[in-house]
Write a protein of this length. Sequence first.
Length: 116
Amino acid sequence: MPRTFTVSESIDIAADPLTVYAKVSDPTLTRHWSPENRGATMQPSADSANTQVGTVFDGHNERFGFRWTTECVVTAAEPGERFAFEVRAWEFSSLSSRSPSRRGTTRSRRPTAAPG
């Protein structure tokens, strides 16, 4: 049985919905309001100012001495209404290791097929 993990947080923002959407729909800006996100790298053909359903980007994260990258795909892009993305693959590596012969560790997962 697959595990489901959901995180939800809500705040009120005193701004026009299209203005807010312009910020949250640009993955490269997420680092400004996420405690662990350190930025995003857009695929060469993607435009961070005009994300659409199907846009792929890599999210870079760090927390508690661990760094990891998530491959993400935009699943909803409705200006002023909704922006969503799905994590398709992830990888993390530690900044240090207890073993003197090992400088870091890496774990990764890549899907065997793209989501349909």
